[in-house]
Design a protein around this ligand. Structure first.
Ligand code: FEO
Length: 392
């Protein structure tokens, strides 16, 4: 396979994983993904930026055919989808030095067994001359691990950002062509990977904004020829300002909880509040994570199973707590057969969510009129809370 030219001195040499459908045995990949690696040919030194998932290392090597020497392998991030082929690259180019952040060094030793003699650590802001080109290393922690950094090619104004700004999208497009498609994939990626670190993401954004970036070349998904597309999107997603939206993840076993959910969706719609419901028995959890990026309120809908919430609702609540979205309000609605502790158990699962807990609505068996009126009251409280918070 041929490497693809980005500029006269910069080439894409990564691999597209069209068929992968699960990442980290956790994250759905409806559109596959890519592991981007880049070759930079300076007048004196040649550099490989990141590698690829070991499963596709032969693709990388086929694109490196004819390359006589690699002097540096920049490892922006130690996770194996980017670093996993570095030991093989070192086998092919044994004189290469692996350039990484200080925190990355031990991770590469522990996770990949790379010898210390092969590693060269760089501090935040360090530059490295390739002759006619210069690399500048920018620490961008927690996008996605604590050791992550980005690499800026000064003369070409290209930012190699690794996971930061990435999208899980398999495409033959080297550059973004369908902005709406990439926006969706990048939002999914942000929601699943970056959202827990919103305040740090904002600091990293400021750092990157201080550079003159002409191209963003992430290590997942296509290259951004217009960096403002993804930088503006990140500024919106990572802000503390939610939108006038309610997310309702729910399960229904015999229809009672679904009746409550349907009534709440109707009532919220009448109140002018946007709402999205997710039946957790069939939903793609990535879609739920994306909805949580913007929502002001979450309402969990659950029947009672063995006194507690349905396990699928338990799992989704744990996930929402881990992702730390910018939610301001929360409630629980649901049903039970003869006794329940579902509300108490769900409430205990969300210590990370700095939310005001709104009234809950729980019915025994089918919802009665009084409980449907409580649902309508909940909808009006949500709207009032949104207005009072400056959201609606
Ligand atoms: Fe794409 Fe955190 O690895």
């Amino acid at each position: 396979m041929n490497r693809r030219k980005i500029t006269e001195k910069v080439f894409s040499v990564g691999a597209v994983d069209w068929d992968r459908r699960l990442f980290d045995s956790l994250i759905p990949l409806p559109d596959g993904t890519s592991y981007n690696a880049y070759l930079i040919v300076g007048s004196q030194k040649t550099v490989l930026i990141d590698s690829v998932d070991p499963a596709l290392k032969e693709v990388l090597f086929s694109k490196l055919e004819g390359v006589k020497q690699i002097d540096y392998i920049v490892c922006n991030h130690a996770e194996q989808d980017h670093s996993g082929s570095i030991p093989d690259v070192l086998g092919r180019f044994p004189l290469a030095k692996v350039v990484c952040s200080v925190k990355c060094k031990d991770l590469l030793t522990d996770h990949l067994g790379i010898a210390e003699s092969n590693l060269m650590t760089v501090e935040d802001g360090t530059t490295l001359s390739l002759g006619d080109l210069t690399l500048k290393f920018i620490y961008t922690p927690w996008v996605h691990w604590p050791e992550t950094m980005s690499t800026y090619l000064v003369e070409e104004k290209i930012l190699f950002s690794c996971d930061f700004f990435g999208s899980h999208l398999a495409t033959s497009d080297l550059f973004v062509s369908d902005e709406a498609l990439v926006y969706e994939s990048a939002k999914r990626y942000y929601a699943e990977i970056m959202m827990p670190f919103r305040s740090i993401v904002r600091k990293n954004l400021e750092k990157v904004a201080s550079l003159q970036v002409g191209l963003i070349a992430p290590s997942h998904g296509p290259v951004y020829p217009t960096p403002s597309l993804i930088m503006d999107a990140y500024a919106d997603w990572a802000s503390d300002a939610p939108k006038n939206e309610v997310v309702i993840p729910y399960i229904s076993m015999h229809g009672s909880t679904k009746m409550l959910v349907a009534h709440l969706v109707d009532a919220l719609t009448r109140e002018g509040v946007s709402v999205r419901q997710f039946d957790l028995s069939v939903t793609d959890l990535g879609k739920l994570a994306m909805a949580l990026v913007d929502a002001a309120t979450i309402v969990l809908g659950t029947p009672t199973v063995h006194v507690g919430p349905h396990p699928a609702v338990f799992y989704a609540t744990h996930l929402a707590n881990a992702l730390r979205p910018k939610l301001k309000f929360a409630s629980v609605i649901g049903s039970y057969g003869w006794a329940t502790k579902a509300v108490e158990q769900l409430s205990a699962l969300i210590p990370n969510l700095k939310v005001e807990v709104l009234p809950t609505v729980v019915c025994r068996g089918l919802p009665k009129d009084s409980e449907l009126r409580q649902i309508e009251k909940l909808a009006s409280i949500i709207k009032e809370k949104h207005i009072a918070s400056g959201i609606a």
